[in-house]
Design a protein around this ligand. Structure first.
Ligand SMILES: [Zn+2]
Length: 1089
């Protein structure tokens, strides 16, 4: 071929998006895969509309060999390009024609070929290759390794599989004129409109299904057709054919199979035409599976494809999917758009799951479920993932974002709605309470200087990957929850249904959703929400109470302690003294006031002095909770008076669990610059108790404790053991209550909590937890069928095993390694991997890290190992990362998994020196796909380094920590050692061990003949509490070393007293820190006198 003047091609280089003078309408794609030679070839016929005469056709292609190209116009003239240029920097294919192609339709035909990536590895040739588009997988069937192939195209990798216009939509230049033109068309004329193909499909599907169900013809509402066709769309339909498929394998794609032709060992599988969809949603899988299936109430067939012999493990996910489809159909007032939905467990998968239209692919851990190996946490995660991916079929697939800037519309919404669905399907899980984790995770991330807005510009296709982060998912879903709470559930649902119906088969921008919401709710949603999605960060709202007036002031919250200059329109919700008395308003400027005299029921102008006094009395107790139910994406800082009232409201049990958590979490956030300081530790106790009650996980007890320990290991290394003891004491009571084995009919939350609490105890080296874990583990090694190692305690058990493993005593590690190799269930494998690096011996940690680089650990599973690295192993891990960086890049590319390597290995550090070292190391290794992630990790290290500096200056902190370590135990030890017991309420009087039990017996005997249904349960609970304490007292007695510790602290009774005061006195946080620290001993002795 002859070369054209390259300057003409230059104009298409360095552009973030493709030119729009030609748009695809239909792809006819045939792919021939050779699983043994690990490559594929194909042809694609693309029906195009040329909107503007052009000598160039510009589309995307990457790592493909282009064999032949021709364009046939509407007059059946064939045009062969005079030049074919593949530009791998811009990932485009430019076809240059001698003569301009005229306006009108035509068909572009391209033949191409490419390599299948072997084991997601051989494909990685350089820095710019992330996730393979069509990749080769291996799986083991009856002991034999076999090959299969699957696709993963989101965000921009369809171009690696076939040449295409690989954008969710092209820039819609004719949008507004199209609306005017099309809307006047009579319904019949819609066939000529772009939107037709899509609703034609819905139309045909729904019609066919309803007709078959009812036995009578059902008509489709033509009104919807007109509505749908309002806007020109730029997506295309797909007809997919898979050629040369080994005849014994299953071939799946977005649509059902229309024809299968078997020719000896091979077959050709033809799929039905798809409705219009974006290229990133195209998918196919070729492999060996067993499947099970079910049908929704409106006749949609749903199938779960599992590894051969494991189809039963797809049952749970299948049930969730079927129920979710029914639920969403009603919620969105729109039928599921395709005739079928398949879900496939793919053995190696670079993420959790992918919502391909009609063919959802899952990592095995996210689809397979069995009662023996799936912990409560796995079950919950699975339900969330399935409902998330199914929701995308509407939100994302049927209505698609216009460009990746609006990616959050997909992810934020799917995340939010997955909680909505899970709550409806499993109300007993109280999943909205756990949504607090989402909000908290978003708040933590978005308080960094290096955070980013929800909506961002995309300078290069490869920087899209950084957007799949906590901001898109957690902040995205949180601001949606905030908006839903503000406009009300009904209005919100109505708006979403109207949005889905209006924009079905089209591309949308964030503003389109806000417009519908504004119409339906009457609230100016656009101007409000722009501030939340287009600028980073969030406000802290300071509230002061003065003479029946609440005064508000907003400023941007930053973890660094500085104030940013962001400002928002904040939907404020207020409850006054009761959840019935509620007020909502928008804080639109920096300052705001709310007169609450009416809400608080004040009697204005009353001259009666008695009434006035009563009113003052009433006022004193009136609590004010801002951000009711913690649905807002902001923090609230109350003045001292309001805080004191809230604490009293908590004691009086007036606040909901979410609000209680919110109050403590906020206090904790404000003292977290002082996290190991006095006030931080006091809040820790309250916060941990709340998280224990709520059953939170990511931000639950273990997380709070780990974070504090991480900092203190640098700030006060001598006190780390005391600190661990303090945490152990805080958690111990919960663990005693929960025990090691599930009780029949226990709640989902108890199972979740048991795992968390035992994991925390194991991590902090609690000796009795370790003994129990070892006993159970040994029994299990001898008898794999034993019931003594239920799935929810396994992680804790394995961590315990590893915490006592070292280079000189490797037994535990070797046994676990054997377990890992033999385990068949993927969830069990990841559980073991998560615990192995938690070993305190750095040499063992190094062995585990090296294991992760081996063939034995599947690519996507390394994230579990990285998450578990012990604090003692962090330096080893960092050196290991330095030495293996090139190998890591080679194997994982610059994809999302690389973020885990950086984040999990860098953030445990707390010193400026280390932050400098990390910066120096990456100076010459920077890449756009992880640049932001790295900056965020370094910022976290520097924030903690500042804490460490502060803590080091607090001299008396050591004594205090020692006091706290004994504090909780001391209460019980007093009961064990001191004749006069501290427990003195009601039935709970307790004394020495024998007396405690005797007292319980005595109480039981007394009530044996006096029991009455009205107090029977209350009595049983009281007796249980006595016996629980009795066991606790008994256990403490056996811990010799504790006694010494307590005695030492009791001697310096001042410190103990002040600790007690700190922990029990609810107003302590209002005292200035230096007062508490400096004056603690004198104050305490004065008080005790
Ligand atoms: Zn998603």
């Amino acid at each position: 071929m002859e070369h054209q003047d390259p300057k003409k091609i230059e104009q298409f280089k360095g552009q973030p998006r493709l030119p729009t003078f030609a748009v695809p309408k239909r792809y006819d794609l045939t792919i021939k895969t050779d699983l043994s030679a690990c490559n594929f070839s194909g042809t694609v016929l693309i029906r195009l509309s040329i909107l503007q005469a052009t000598r160039f056709l510009v589309l995307n292609a990457l790592e493909l060999v282009i064999n032949e190209v021709s364009f046939t116009d509407s007059h059946n003239h064939r045009h062969i390009p005079c030049d074919v240029v593949v530009d791998s920097d811009d990932e485009i294919l430019v076809l240059v024609f001698e003569q301009a192609l005229g306006v009108g339709d035509g068909v572009l035909g391209i033949g191409f070929s490419g390599p299948l990536s072997e084991h997601m590895k051989g494909f990685y040739k350089g820095f710019d290759i992330d996730v393979p588009c069509l990749f080769l997988l291996t799986y083991v069937e009856a002991g034999v390794k076999k090959n299969m192939a699957a696709t993963q195209f989101e965000a921009v990798d369809a171009r690696r599989c076939f040449p295409c216009w690989d954008e969710p939509a092209l820039k819609d230049i004719t949008r507004s004129s199209a609306i005017n033109k099309v809307v006047r068309l009579p319904a019949k004329a819609n066939a000529a409109v772009d939107g037709y193909a899509c609703h034609f499909h819905i139309f045909v599907n729904v019609l066919a299904i309803l007709s078959s169900l009812l036995g009578t013809p059902v008509s489709y509402k033509p009104l919807k057709l007109v509505k749908h066709a309002r806007r020109t769309r730029r997506q295309a339909t797909f007809k997919i054919t898979l050629d040369d498929v080994p005849s014994e394998l299953t071939a799946l794609s977005n649509m059902p199979v229309s024809l299968e032709k078997v020719d000896g060992q091979l077959k050709t599988v033809y799929f039905e035409d798809s409705p219009i969809m974006s290229t990133y949603l195209v998918a196919f899988v070729i492999g060996s599976f067993d499947h099970i299936e079910d049908t929704t109430t409106d006749g949609i067939k749903v199938r779960a494809f599992c590894p051969v012999g494991k189809s039963e493990q797809g049952k749970f996910a299948l049930d969730v999917a079927v129920r979710a489809l029914d639920l969403y159909r009603n919620y969105f007032s729109m039928p599921y758009p395709l005739p079928k939905l398949d879900m496939v467990a793919v053995p190696e998968f670079p993420g959790g799951a992918m919502e391909n239209y009609g063919l959802i692919t899952y990592c095995e851990t996210e689809l397979l479920h069995d009662d023996l190996h799936s912990a409560a946490a796995n079950t919950q995660r699975l339900a969330i993932v399935v409902t998330h991916e199914v929701a995308h079929q509407w939100f994302g697939n049927l209505v698609t974002m216009e460009w990746w800037t609006h990616l959050w519309l997909n992810e934020g919404f799917a995340t939010w709605v997955s909680y909505l669905a899970t709550d409806k399907l499993f109300p007993e899980w109280k999943i909205w309470t756990q949504f607090l984790e989402m909000i908290t995770g978003g708040l933590v991330m978005d308080s960094l200087e290096q955070s980013h807005p929800i909506e961002v510009d995309i300078p290069h296709a490869r920087s899209i990957e950084e957007l799949f982060d906590a901001i898109g998912y957690k902040k995205g879903s949180s601001v949606i929850r905030m908006l839903q709470d503000y406009v009300g559930d009904d209005v919100f649902q109505r708006s979403l249904a109207s949005y889905i119906n209006r924009f079905a088969c089209q591309n949308v921008k964030t503003e389109d959703l806000w417009s519908v919401l504004s119409e339906e709710s009457g609230v100016e949603v656009n101007s409000m929400m722009d501030l939340w999605t287009k600028q980073k960060g969030y406000p802290v709202i300071s509230v002061e109470y003065k003479d029946q007036i609440l005064e508000f002031e907003q400023s941007q919250f930053l973890s660094s302690g500085l104030n940013g200059d962001g400002q928002w329109i904040v939907p404020i919700t207020v409850s006054l003294g009761s959840y019935d008395k509620r007020n909502n308003f928008l804080l639109e400027t920096k300052h705001g006031r709310l007169d609450i005299s009416e809400l608080s029921g004040s009697c204005d102008g009353s001259s009666n002095s008695n009434e006035k006094r009563n009113q003052e009395e009433l006022d004193k107790n009136l609590w004010v909770k801002i951000n009711v139910g913690q649905t807002g994406f902001y923090r609230v800082k109350y003045d001292d008076k309001l805080t004191a009232r809230l604490r009293k409201a908590i004691v009086d049990k007036c606040l909901s669990p979410s609000d209680k958590f919110g109050v403590y979490k906020v206090i904790y956030a404000f003292v977290s610059s002082d996290v190991v300081g006095v006030r931080g530790l006091v809040c820790c106790r309250e916060l941990i108790n709340e998280t224990l009650i709520l059953g939170l996980r990511d931000h639950g007890p273990s997380n709070v404790c780990y974070n504090v320990t991480k900092v203190s290991i640098d700030a006060m290394p001598d006190s780390v053991d005391d600190l661990k003891q303090f945490f152990i004491n805080l958690i111990l009571l919960s663990s005693e209550k929960l025990g090691w084995e599930p009780t029949s009919g226990e709640s989902h939350l108890s199972a979740l909590l048991r795992e968390q609490v035992l994991m925390a105890l194991a991590t902090f080296g609690h000796s009795r937890t370790h003994e129990e874990a070892m006993k159970r583990f040994q029994t299990y090694l001898v008898d794999r069928n034993t019931s003594c190692l239920p799935v929810d305690i396994r992680k804790a058990t394995y961590i315990s095993v590893m915490s006592h493993t070292s280079t000189t005593n490797r037994n535990g590690f070797e046994s676990l390694l054997m377990e890992y190799r033999e385990a068949d269930a993927v969830q069990e494998k990841t559980r073991i991997l998560r615990s192995m690096a938690s070993c305190p011996d750095p040499i063992i940690v190094l062995e585990v890290l090296n294991l992760m680089m081996s063939e034995e650990v599947r690519d996507q599973d390394v994230i579990y190992g990285l998450a578990g690295i012990s604090l003692e192993g962090r330096e080893t891990a960092w050196i290991w990362l330095n030495e293996n960086w090139d190998a890591i890049l080679k194997r994982w590319g610059t994809g999302m998994i690389l973020h885990y390597f950086i984040r999990d290995i860098v953030t445990p550090f707390c010193s400026h020196e280390k932050a400098d070292e990390v910066e120096a190391f990456f100076a010459s290794r920077m890449h756009p796909s992880f640049a932001m992630n790295l900056r965020q990790s370094i910022e976290k290290v520097r924030i903690k380094a500042r804490w460490v500096d502060n803590i080091k200056q607090e001299e008396s902190l050591k004594d205090l920590v020692k006091g706290l370590a004994c504090m909780v135990v001391a209460e019980a030890v007093e009961a064990a050692m001191v004749p006069s017991p501290p427990f003195n309420s009601g039935f709970e009087s307790a004394g020495k061990r024998t007396e405690v039990h005797k007292k319980a017996d005595e109480v039981e005997a007394f009530f044996a003949s006096r029991s009455h249904p009205s107090f029977a349960m209350n009595l049983r609970q009281s007796i249980d509490r006595i016996r629980l304490k009795a066991r606790w007292v008994d256990n403490i007695k056996q811990e010799e070393s504790l006694k010494d510790l307590v005695k030492a602290t009791l001697r310096s009774s001042g410190s103990l007293k002040i600790s007690k005061y700190l922990l029990l006195g609810f107003n302590c946080h209002e005292l200035p820190t230096d007062f508490i620290v400096r004056g603690s001993l004198q104050q305490a002795s004065l008080e005790s006198a």
